[in-house]
Design a protein around this ligand. Sequence first.
Ligand code: UDX
Length: 433
Amino acid sequence: MRITVVGAGYVGLTTAACFAHLGHEVMVVEKLRHKVELLNSGKVPIYEPGLEELISQNLSVKRLFLTTEIEQGLDFSSVIFICVGTPENPDGSADLSQVEEVARQCANIKSDYKLLVEKSTVPVNTHKLIKKTLERYSKDTNQSFEVASNPEFLREGSAIEDFLNPDRIVIGVESQRAKEIFLELYKDFNCPIIFTDPSTAELIKHASNSFLATKISFINMIADLCERVGADVKLVADGMGFDKRIGRAFLNAGLGFGGSCFPKDLKAFIKIANSYGLDFGLLREVERINSQRAINFVQKVKDALWNIKGKTLAIWGLSFKPNTDDIREAPSMRVIELLLKEGANLRLYDPKAALNFSRLFPSSERILYLEDKYEALKGACALLIITEWPEFENANLETIKELLELPLIFDGRNIFDPKRMQQLGFEYYAMGR
Ligand code: UDX
């Protein structure tokens, strides 16, 4: 099939690369010329395992094409995936101006039939607004448009794997014709495909992300309780997780959730509920608990060190999660802001996100970026682990102990076993254990 993908962000690039990989012909429309040039030269502006290779391969076999011209993209196929950004407005609601722009541009294209597919996360009933926009701006009354919702559930760091092997595919359609297009498009997938109306599909996405965020805040409260009563949150999560109705996933306590989705989607979902006269207080509490994580963590460091002022601390991990260079809403930002306020000197290390982080926190007398995790430990009186990169889990504990001035570790992601750390002579502070 021929597919057009508008927007070359995380979702757009992964969608395009994976559909091309599955044998479809895909054209990506991206209005930023430098991005298109970079992609055409075989480079990807983000770090996502496997994505660069997949894009290069499909560009070279001419199954993937890039353009800055929306008209070219809209001429290319009758199935248009909308993968543009839906950033946060100052009031927390979703800014849908880029979605509207695509709809307006689409309305002007002459064709028999166009299926516009929402892939980006959008508020429930956005499809109605897209449809209205198409009708309003279309000069040709014979033109037939449909709007469908096919939310994407991929995670950064495992985007390709998630796209190609999803737990389910959700598709909100209003006609048999649209349904058949999707059945053809996803014919190689073995997972359940759930067909709904578009409003339900839109809601499934926000509800899923909000529920996962709720699981994280729930376990983080349990972690705080565990610390007070001397229990182990990891074992509590295991014990809960064996219950199939609960499940173990997303019950990892720590510094809480960040990234480009959960924080933004929660705010938007609260706003959406509000706009329909409902107070989703539960989700406000999820946000509150999450925003407290970095504060509690720094307080823990402060309590243990007595004074932070003038002390040098090593930081491992800046990205909001492992296997990405993305620092959007990363807990590291809050932690580092607070530590700087307390007067600490910082030695920072991250395998991929240091460059992005240094744009917000430039190196200075008090902020030093190191290229090696062990280098970061030299002269530091404690190590703070903010992101659970696999290379930290496999680090040599003896070397850590030798290099640190004091054998002190504050582990914001529970990557080590507290008993073992104690045996090795560390003063080890975990989250909820
Ligand atoms: C999320 C959704 O999982 C995905 O379905 C959606 O399409 C986009 O948003 P992503 O933000 O890429 O994906 O990462 P995810 O793995 O979900 O983690 C989000 C945040 O939650 C990270 O900061 C992570 O560290 C945190 N997290 C996750 C926890 O603190 N504990 C957990 O148990 C799981």
